[in-house]
Design a protein around this ligand. Structure first.
Ligand SMILES: [Zn+2]
Length: 553
């Protein structure tokens, strides 16, 4: 051998593959082992054998995957990526009880700098150092002795085939136990690291690809303004506030014992303008899933099963002739506002409201008169629809969402590692975000009241949150669990409407009736139709039975 020393130290790819697969199966899967270890199915020696079998199964699956990728210049980057992915996702699974599925991956892919900054922490970095960087450094500094293309291809295929045999063997031997475990504990499949990420990314890319490859289908081509828009009539001004991470369980309007909605409750006590809907379900458990669904004409079930991309509520309202503007104080409109007016608060430096590139939600109300004045006069004369996208209760850094004056409940958790705080402090910080949202919504209602009395417009507002949140119940934090597994707190969302007296008269709407019906079960599916009804936009898409205003007109 010309270079005996280097040849001794170099590894065959299979050595690296087997070591990495074993490391990921064991150390990269602490959340999985921690979850299944206490399960009654796994008590006794049979359970131990089964758990060992599961570790072999994961290692074999990874070996198969990596064997196919064992090429010069490919294998090492892939290993590095898998190590870092496994380290980061195991941290979030352990700390927050989240799991990794396609919508979670979509969320990750759509995270912006501000959101990512909120999630960075020392425990996360330590996890990455111990699970990924140290073993990665030890494993990856070795040179690899790759063969020429032909022999290497044969080796790779043989390696993958052997791994597949082991995989099938273990599956057959443990099939009974495996099937019952997956059936009784559905979350387990989302914990298998980093195969969950590989699978979810693949599914996401496939879904996205098949959706992106189809042209957007226009909807509501027949949309037109209804009879309340008669010439000489006052024009409507309707604001839709898209809330963020507010859960119904902590809204005092819905019966929560702490006063998280003091200003809105005062408005509700003054007259019939405000109705709080107490039984509303979100479409998804994260922003990325809920937003497109709640603006869709299809409703949750049809929306989730179609691959065809459609236009949304805002396109229909605009097509009917109204002026539509999306004002964003968060991570963007997820494509919903692509064809209507858009304002982004990102990077604004308004004193008192914005710091470090981030603004408090009152920024959404700043300069609304000027924004309306800048709209196309012909459309403005017919009616204006504003969508305000809140930062709301976006976690885990709840404390960052609230100006000092609205920190009602103290002490509050001022860390983005929620587990470092007592649970009561986490709830305090979260409840403060709702107190502030209450202030923003009440401010909006007062402004709309002014627009109705002095501005000559028929005004109304609808507020609905995109999904809820877990605050440490059963060791779950944040949101984004697959819908079937998600606790009530992640899917039960607050929703309310505020309708001015002139708007009620315009529509022949009995506002007391809205309150009487406010405990009826509703969901994001209702929003599309209720907004069409409120704005009196007529189209064949409108389904009266889903418009919760309709029975009161
Ligand atoms: Zn959200």
């Amino acid at each position: 051998m010309p270079d005996g020393h280097a040849a001794q130290r170099a590894w065959r790819p299979r050595t690296l593959i087997l070591l990495v697969s074993a490391w990921l199966a064991l150390a990269g899967n602490l959340p999985l082992w921690r979850t299944i270890w206490p399960l009654p199915e796994l008590a006794g020696w049979r359970g131990t054998v089964f758990a060992a079998g599961m570790a072999v199964w994961i290692a074999a699956a990874l070996t198969m995957l990596l064997s196919l990728l064992a090429w010069k210049g490919i294998l090492k980057p892939v290993v590095a990526l898998l190590l870092v992915t496994a380290a980061a996702s195991s941290y979030f699974m352990l700390q927050y009880g989240v799991v990794i599925d396609a919508t979670m991956m979509a969320n990750v892919a759509n995270t912006d700098v501000r959101e990512a900054r909120d999630l960075l922490s020392w425990p996360l970095l330590l996890n990455i150092v111990f699970i990924a960087l140290l073993p990665g450094w030890w494993l990856l500094r070795r040179p690899l002795a790759m063969r020429r293309f032909g022999p290497q291809a044969v080796r790779n295929l043989v390696g993958a085939a052997l791994a597949l045999l082991v995989l099938l063997g273990v599956t057959l031997l443990a099939f009974q136990d495996l099937a019952s475990l997956m059936r009784n504990h559905k979350q387990v499949r989302y914990l298998v690291n980093p195969l969950n990420t590989v699978y979810a990314s693949g599914k996401l890319a496939f879904d996205h690809g098949s959706k992106a490859s189809r042209p957007l289908e226009a909807i509501g081509l027949d949309a037109r303004l209804g009879p309340t828009h008669a010439p000489g009539q006052r024009a409507p001004l309707v604001v839709l506030v898209v809330g963020e991470t507010a859960r119904a369980a902590n809204f005092s309007l819905g019966g929560y014992a702490r006063k998280t909605n003091p200003e809105l409750e005062a408005i509700a006590a003054q007259g019939p303008a405000l109705a709080y809907y107490s039984a509303v379900r979100s479409c998804g458990t994260n922003t990325q899933a809920s937003l497109p669904c709640m603006f869709s004409h299809l409703g949750k079930e049809a929306f989730e099963s179609t691959r065809q991309p459609y236009e949304n509520l805002l396109d229909v309202l605009q097509r009917a002739g109204l002026a539509v503007v999306w004002i964003d104080n968060q991570s963007g409109c997820k494509g919903l506002c692509d064809r209507v007016g858009k304002v982004d608060t990102f990077g604004l430096k308004t004193p008192g409201l914005c710091t470090e590139g981030e603004c408090f939600d009152e920024i959404l109300l700043a300069g609304l008169d000027a924004r309306i004045a800048a709209l196309d006069p012909a459309r403005r004369a017919r009616g204006v629809v504003l969508v305000l996208h809140q930062m709301g209760s976006h976690g885990p850094a709840y404390y960052k969402r609230v100006p000092p004056a609205f920190k009602t409940f103290m002490p509050e958790c001022a860390s983005n590692v929620l587990q470092e705080c007592p649970r009561t402090d986490v709830v305090n910080a979260y409840d403060n975000t709702l107190v502030y949202t209450d202030h923003v919504l009440a401010g909006l209602a007062r402004w709309l009241q002014g627009q109705a009395t002095q501005g000559g417009r028929d005004t109304a507002m609808v507020y609905v949150s995109d999904h809820g949140e877990s605050l440490g119940e059963n060791n779950l934090y944040l949101h984004g669990l697959p819908y079937a597994l998600a606790p009530d707190t992640q899917t039960h969302v607050p929703m309310l409407s505020w309708v001015s007296e002139p708007m009620a008269r315009r529509l022949g709407l009995r506002r007391e009736c809205l309150r009487e019906n406010a405990a009826a079960p509703l969901s994001h599916d209702n929003l599309f139709h209720a907004m069409l009804g409120l704005l009196d936009v007529q189209t064949a898409l409108y389904r009266r039975e889903l418009d919760w205003f309709a029975p009161c007109r």
